[in-house]
Design a protein around this ligand. Structure first.
Ligand code: UGA
Ligand code: MN
Length: 323
């Protein structure tokens, strides 16, 4: 190879190198542009699905609530009322935070957080405001006579308070009892908000069977699968059904009784007349698990802070946040 052809060859190689560098840079820029577009789409969805912009605080009237701003409600969607009983314990704030940020993805939602307490815990109200889901923080203490029982009717006073609120304030849509120890696939909220009377679906992590579900054959319900039947007509978990507001309001006697273990059953029975064939089966005819009764591990109450040792440190403040 002579000098000229070798230098032409070197030039060609250099040009090729430059071209490939330019091409790769262009590819990277294009890829990043696509990524940023994808992020933008996600944010848009987040916005629509209940960002802070569609709520308004109503501090002057009621410090314990945030309402949905009228102008930004999603008009085509029936409202969904979520009733969550809660009570003061080490896990409370963690549970509320976990559930709240799930609910934040759900449009046209109103969250009734009802504490088994005589006074609403300010830390809970503060956290609810921070999460930004439209809410009302109410209280409904368990009556003293039930507190002494070994097996307590947990969350019943709270849910009945929620039902009273629905009777008085709601006019359409659907309500649902979401205990603070559950986990959700967002899909179930999209489905339950169209409930005409009562809808049901499977719940995971319930009893020794690992789930609780209506038994369905050829699209028809003909029984219930649950590790504990206990003579119940509706052996279902609290997390596995939703009720239409108008239907509930047409049953003035419907209420949840203080009967541990029979709360779901007796509440559903109190909605009579309701034919079992009228129950709407969600989660693809009860073939999917979109809800879990997670049941968070119970933690011991924290040991007191040694003030001789730690006074004047951050720990004093931190200890005010925990149980
Ligand atoms: C749940 C239901 O709450 C019962 O009504 C139901 O009978 C039972 O499932 C069932 O399906 O077998 P469980 O999960 O055992 O009971 O109880 P928790 O999760 O401890 O409490 C239920 C809800 O009530 C929670 O949201 C919790 O925060 C609240 N709760 C619990 C209170 O408000 N006060 C209490 O003293 C205990
Ligand atoms: Mn539970």
């Amino acid at each position: 190879m002579n000098i000229i052809s070798s230098s032409v060859c070197t030039m060609k190689t250099t040009t090729k190198m430059y071209l490939s560098v330019i091409l790769s840079t262009l590819c990277i820029v294009f890829y990043q542009y696509q990524l940023s577009k994808a992020n933008f789409v996600t944010l848009q969805r987040g916005d629509v699905f209940g960002g802070n912009n569609n709520i308004v605080t109503s501090d002057s009237r009621n410090i314990n609530s945030i309402e949905v701003k009228e102008s930004t409600k999603t008009p085509s969607l029936p409202p969904l009322y979520v009733i969550t009983p809660t009570y003061r314990r080490p896990e409370q704030l963690a549970e509320i935070t976990r559930l709240g940020y799930t609910l934040k993805h759900v449009p046209n939602i109103f969250w009734l957080v009802i504490e088994d307490a005589t006074v609403a815990t300010p830390l809970v109200t503060r956290q609810l405001k921070r999460i930004g889901v439209p809410f009302e923080h109410l209280v409904a203490p368990m009556p003293d006579r039930f507190k002494k029982r070994v097996v307590k009717p947990r969350g019943v006073s709270n849910r009945n308070r929620g039902l009273a609120w629905i009777r008085k304030n709601a006019s359409d849509g659907v309500f649902y009892f979401a205990d603070d120890d559950n986990t959700y696939d967002l899909e179930i909220f999209d489905q339950m908000r169209y409930t005409k009377k009562v809808s049901m679906w499977p719940v995971g992590l319930v009893t020794k069977y690992g789930l609780s579900s209506p038994i369905v054959r050829n699209g028809t319900i003909f029984g219930f699968y649950d590790g504990w039947i206990g003579g119940r007509k509706y052996p279902v978990d609290m997390a596995g059904f939703a009720v239409n507001v108008k239907f509930f309001q047409s049953r003035p006697k419907a209420i949840m009784p203080y009967h541990a273990g029979y709360e779901e059953d007796k509440f559903l029975r109190s909605l009579a007349p309701l034919n079992i064939t009228e129950i709407e089966l969600l989660a693809s005819n009860c073939t999917e698990i979109l809800t879990w009764h997670t049941q968070t591990k119970k933690n011991p109450v924290a040991s007191p802070l040694d003030m001789h040792k730690y006074n004047g440190t951050n720990l004093v403040n931190l200890h005010k946040l925990i149980v």
